[in-house]
Design a protein around this ligand. Sequence first.
Ligand code: NDP
Length: 302
Amino acid sequence: MRYAVFGNPIAHSKSPQIHAAFAAEFGLPGFQYDKLLAPLDGFGTAVREFVAAGGAGCNVTVPFKEEAFRLAEVLSARARAAGAVNTLMVQADGSLFGDNTDGAGLVADLLRHVPLQGKRLLLLGAGGAARGALLPLLAEQPALLLIANRTVARARALSEDVVQPWLAATGLPAELLPVHGVATFDFLIGGVPLEVTGGASPVRALGKRGVQFDVVINATSASLGGEAIPMAPDAFAADAVAYDMMYGKDETTFLAQARAAGVATRVDGLGMLVGQAAEAFTLWTGHRPDVAPVLASLRAAL
Ligand code: NDP
């Protein structure tokens, strides 16, 4: 079976070694996974040619996830919510199924460190990665979810497009609905007003200074440029977990910030990368791989 990852650039991708390790775990000798550079204006054609040549599925990375979303003929609920597709699969009738496994990969990695049910979550950022994380995070039934972003309109769009429809569709009694709001980073340094849009007792839970968070997830690209998030150190609760979707050999700016704030459990996004791959592999092959040894070997090779 032929699989691949499409991106531009693609040389840096670790996906082939991750999937090769997964395939080895189950002894799938016919499993082949390549990295393929698609032209910036030729992603759809590249995927169609790959499928015509026997490709059974592929991953999709920057900058093609939105285009893959439009290319897919059938979409999973989480891909629809994300507005982006990172995993395509050719179905029995030849149609292309589009999924988004990034958020599930994030949640699986987080759950290795902390349960999310009943926790107060702060999601920093409102770009594609934040959007993709929302449904899998909400499915864990946190007590509180605040989306904070530099541009509050984008946080509001996430709320309106994903969170509020999810809250409306759950059918949970009002007192069990997670409290939910959006804010700018200003809220995190001094109680500037925020918008609370859901939950049973939002004013008590959120509408005051000094709210603390058990899990803080950085889904901004601020760490890429070495920029810190404007955030008061006491916004981290005691025993909080700080998670940066970015990863690298060196500590990210956000995780250094969390360390300075006294946060003991700090996790970067390498496990999310392996987790999203594991979800895709499971979708394609029906086998759920063990992520821990693959993560350890990737970490050692950083
Ligand atoms: P987008 O470009 O879609 O969104 C970027 C987000 O970061 C926006 O919310 C933007 O705010 C914010 N931002 C950018 N620069 C700054 C800054 N200097 N200060 C504060 N906020 C800033 O990117 P993605 O959502 O695709 O990716 C976000 C991060 O997640 C990246 O670091 C990426 O590497 C990582 N990622 C990791 C994955 C993994 O498997 N580990 C998978 C996918 C992503 P605004 O709206 O105001 O512009």
